[in-house]
Design a binder for this molecule. Structure first.
Ligand SMILES: [Zn+2]
Length: 490
């Protein structure tokens, strides 16, 4: 996500930069055709969870009627007698739970608070009811008891029937005047890692998500008037006089989101075998959005390694917080699509696209170690501007960041999201100071070691979840004490 984007901060950041972009955009696009490094093998090393979900969207009540099957694979070393899922819609059930800061509530709910929740009907195994309970700070954790425990390497098939009420809200999950944003909406298995089950509620600051790479197969029935941008790719589309049924496949992704609108202007292009689609609410800027998406895809593929999917969607949304990343899909605040904010639009699209490498393909715990994806993504955004417009603009952006970081109380960039008191403090430390720390590392080790290590990081941890310790070790193995460089950077 990008959150250092309140109107006030945006102004600060863009002063002096827009002119440079305008000058530089006529300049040399010096990216050559040399081949990116080969991507890691997409073949499964182990079995992964498989979600099959049938969804019917009722436009009038803004509800999703869902039947979900999950084949859950026990990839832990111990026998499991319970499974845990996040049921994030419940974090929207009361205004005191809503994952927005107090100062954001008006923007999040322009028409006043409106509830969202998940209504579980039943949970079955082989047609038999399973015992379950709802817990967590925001009633957003689901605990399912297994009658027969599952041994390591074995799996269990669970059917869930539920309805999801979408709130009238301008966040990741909600609907506005233009779009219906369906994100973090279905029961998604909690990650069971070296620390056991990760059962964090939907926090206010940061992108409080952590999940395992899985396969998704969805059937989504919508009123015909809607166009849909989604994770993965539509493999079949059938319509009658008033409804369209989309069959969607999304393999080896860590989440599934979809966004609807009856106002989208869809524009398309291709980068190698990747079909890039932009879903725009302002037709005038649609070509620009596509061009930025394509350049981002090209630059990051060259810098870090091949994007492993064949679709990428950039979706203008009723979303007031800049941009947000999901696998093969990003949502972008529709208000950024205007000529005046073109630099910001480019900044946000580039940032969210970099998350396809750092979050979507290489995953991490975004609650306990948000710097791992956000600092690297923010620095990748600078790299985008450097590669596209040259060193002068990149330097200007770095100088701006240094100015912002210095004018702000210094904090540790390694804290969990809950360690920061608000999103500005979070953003200035984790994003801005974090990006500057990566810049320090690059200066210290030189471009060759810096980019070779990032490429190795990407191909080694593709589709996995990585920890800070593993990231630091990768650098240590190359003789780089990244921990020391970052900690000493103030
Ligand atoms: Zn981000």
């Amino acid at each position: 996500m990008i959150i250092n984007f309140t109107k006030r901060v945006r102004k600060l950041l863009s002063v002096g930069i827009i002119a440079l972009v305008l000058v530089a955009s006529g300049g040399v696009y010096f990216y050559n055709d040399k081949k990116g490094i080969p991507s890691a093998n997409l073949a499964n090393e182990k079995e992964i969870n498989r979600y099959t979900i049938d969804v019917v969207f009722d436009d009038e009540s803004k509800r999703l009627m869902c039947n979900q099957n999950i084949e859950y694979v026990n990839n832990t070393k111990s026998t499991l007698d319970k499974l845990y899922f996040h049921i994030y819609p419940n974090a929207f059930s009361k205004s005191e739970f809503a994952p927005f800061e107090k100062s954001e509530m008006k923007q999040a709910y322009p028409n006043g608070f409106n509830e969202g929740y998940i209504d579980l009907k039943n949970i079955l195994n082989n047609g038999k009811k399973m015992a379950y309970k709802v817990s967590g700070d925001k009633n957003d954790i689901l605990e399912v008891e297994l009658k027969n425990s599952i041994k390591p390497g074995n799996k269990v098939s669970i059917d869930m029937k539920y309805n999801v009420k979408i709130p009238n809200s301008q966040g990741r999950f909600g609907y506005g005047e233009n779009t219906v944003n369906v994100a973090n909406w279905f029961p998604i298995a909690s990650v069971n890692d070296a620390n056991g089950w990760n059962l964090n509620s939907y926090e206010t600051v940061g992108d409080p998500f952590y999940s395992d790479t899985s396969d998704f197969y969805l059937k989504i029935l919508l009123p015909k008037k809607y166009k849909m941008g989604c994770t993965g790719k539509v493999v079949k589309e059938t319509s009658d006089s008033d409804k369209t049924l989309y069959e969607v496949e999304a393999r080896q992704v860590r989440d599934f989101a979809f966004i609807l609108s009856d106002k989208f202007h869809v524009d398309s292009d291709k980068y190698n075998e990747v079909n890039i689609n932009t879903y725009n609410l302002n037709e005038e800027l649609s070509k620009d959005a596509t061009y930025i998406a394509k350049s981002s895809m090209e630059i990051f593929s060259e810098l870090f390694g091949k994007y492993p999917y064949d679709t990428y969607s950039v979706i203008a949304s009723d979303f007031f917080i800049g941009g947000m990343e999901y696998p093969t899909l990003i949502m972008i605040d529709q208000s950024l699509y205007n000529k005046r904010d073109k630099f910001l639009l480019e900044y946000v699209i580039a940032h969210e696209t970099a998350h396809q490498w750092w979050y979507s393909v290489v995953g991490n715990n975004e609650i306990s170690e948000p710097w791992l994806d956000e600092a690297l993504t923010e620095y990748s955004t600078i790299l985008y501007f450097e590669k596209k417009y040259g060193d002068k603009l990149a330097k200007k952006l770095i100088d701006n960041m240094e100015l912002q970081a210095k004018s702000y109380r210094s904090e540790d960039i390694f804290k969990p999201v809950t360690g920061y008191s608000n999103s500005i403090e979070y953003s200035l430390n984790v994003y801005t100071k974090g990006a500057l720390a990566f810049h320090e590392v690059r200066k210290e080790v030189g471009d060759k070691v810096f980019f070779d290590t990032l490429k190795e990081y990407y191909s080694t941890y593709m589709h996995k979840n990585v920890s800070s310790a593993e990231f630091v070790k990768l650098w240590n193995d190359k003789g780089v004490d990244i921990d020391k460089i970052i900690k000493e950077y103030k």
